[in-house]
Design a protein around this ligand. Sequence first.
Ligand SMILES: NC(=O)c1ccc[n+]([C@@H]2O[C@H](COP(=O)([O-])OP(=O)(O)OC[C@H]3O[C@@H](n4cnc5c(N)ncnc54)[C@H](O)[C@@H]3O)[C@@H](O)[C@H]2O)c1
Ligand SMILES: O=P(O)(O)OC[C@@H](O)[C@@H](O)[C@H](O)[C@H](O)CO
Length: 501
Amino acid sequence: MTVKKDYPRLSLQNSNSHLHSVHSEIKQLPVKVLQIGEGNFLRGFADWMIYESAVKGAFKGTVAVTQPRRKGREKLLTIREQDGLYTLLTRGIVNGTAVEKASIIPILSRTIDPYEEWQDFLQLAVSPELDIIISNTTEAGLTYLETRYEEGVPIDSFPGKLTVFLHERYTHYSGSKESGLLILPCELVDRNGDVLKKYVLQHSIDFGFSDSFRDWVQQDNRFLNNLVDRIVTGAPSEEEAAVLTERFGYEDKLMTLAEPYHLWAIEGEPELDDRFPLVQAGLNIHWTTDLKPFQLRKVRLLNGSHTLMTPIAILKGQTFVRETMEDSELGAFVREAAEKEIIPALDLPEEEMQSYIKEVWDRFLNPYINHKLTDIMLGSISKFKVRLLPTMLESINRNGVLPERIVTSFSALLRLYRAEQTESGYVSSTFGGEKVILRDEERLLASLAQYWSKYSGANMNEVVAEILADEHIWGQNLNLISGLRDQVAENLNKWEKEERA
Ligand SMILES: NC(=O)c1ccc[n+]([C@@H]2O[C@H](COP(=O)([O-])OP(=O)(O)OC[C@H]3O[C@@H](n4cnc5c(N)ncnc54)[C@H](O)[C@@H]3O)[C@@H](O)[C@H]2O)c1
Ligand SMILES: O=P(O)(O)OC[C@@H](O)[C@@H](O)[C@H](O)[C@H](O)CO
């Protein structure tokens, strides 16, 4: 379906008069948050939360958005074109009832392109109102790359930019305690706050900043380890966007779809809610002294189930998480893997795990969210290492046997990465022969394609042994896991035979 007539773009001018006054009121609040990351997730998660808090009068500030890499400029310009407004469409089943809520969120009051407006970016650092920094740059953005700093020249990397930003603030306020910020990196990286702090300190050495700057960074700024949980699928499909445009009467290039469920666990004392009022705004926030249980539960069970289903479901021709869960064979496979293999390998209260996983299945079955398996597939190798491999190892440790379903998923992952390099990238195929373009680190794609190129049709065990031995891929030699190679080769041989039949 295509949009039949021209609709105006969402902007301050084109929102109705009541909304317009709410928007203008909120937009006049000072910028208290710097957001590094122009992606979908933050719009459907932290920005929405900050808006909820602002609309309830608890948080008296707005957000300035900046992109962490040159590539993000286009999205930043779209935010600018829409005066920072976007529609958040929250859809799902809550306590058995379908809920749907569409809100125009006016919390983004400013955009700064650090590559074109470096001085404006640094100017924000000295704002007395600024108090919080949030980021989401994916795991790929939260990395350290040794960099040189030349005054006036924008830094490419996210931690590098943040270091210069903080130094600007430190210098302006002569390192006063009060000028320290709350910093919440939302990347799904274990102890994300500690990691970001470490990179900032490393960069501060590269850039020749003083020891007293480093003292200020460590003592007066809070890098808060945190864990985010909400399924945000981003933009609707073209068809759905057309339907929504007609329904809303405006075109929104930033329309964001999310589920109603949300949880933000932040390692910090509950008093921080006075500074960043989220609990006060009625949101599902846990200020906690121990993030570990939240992290393990979510990464192993929810993300683990996503990562487990993705290769096998793609190979079998599925497109979305929901249809995978609805498929009798695949749905049972995923449920049994979580219940019989993932949960028993965790040292967390059984009852809590059972209730969490029940909620996860409802979220995966959300009839209003089309969560694409190919989106989850991005970077599958590193996701397998963090989200499933620890379960495999722990399971063997506890029971002495290989967890059958995780091994099947791992075998499917290797089959999915049997790709050929083409002009469009590394292309694999489903069991039915449909093309799949893989998205992962070039070196991983290249290595796996190389190993598979040695497959003659009769040497599966050897090829698998070579792949499993590659510590640059897995961080360890997986051949040391007793029986794994044979089981994986057996699965791959079986699929190969079925494909040929
Ligand atoms: N979408 C969800 O449901 C969800 C839920 C929880 C956590 N997350 C986290 O969000 C990430 C995906 O974000 P999204 O859904 O907003 O996707 P997105 O593609 O809309 O945004 C990705 C963001 O990361 C930045 N980025 C990507 N690669 C980068 C790099 N190499 N260096 C610096 N910045 C880089 C982009 O500029 C952009 O700001 C995941 O990696 C995950 O950690 C997503
Ligand atoms: O976002 P990724 O690509 O790291 O992982 C894919 C999904 O598992 C993830 O987006 C979940 O839906 C999300 O983490 C739920 O909070």
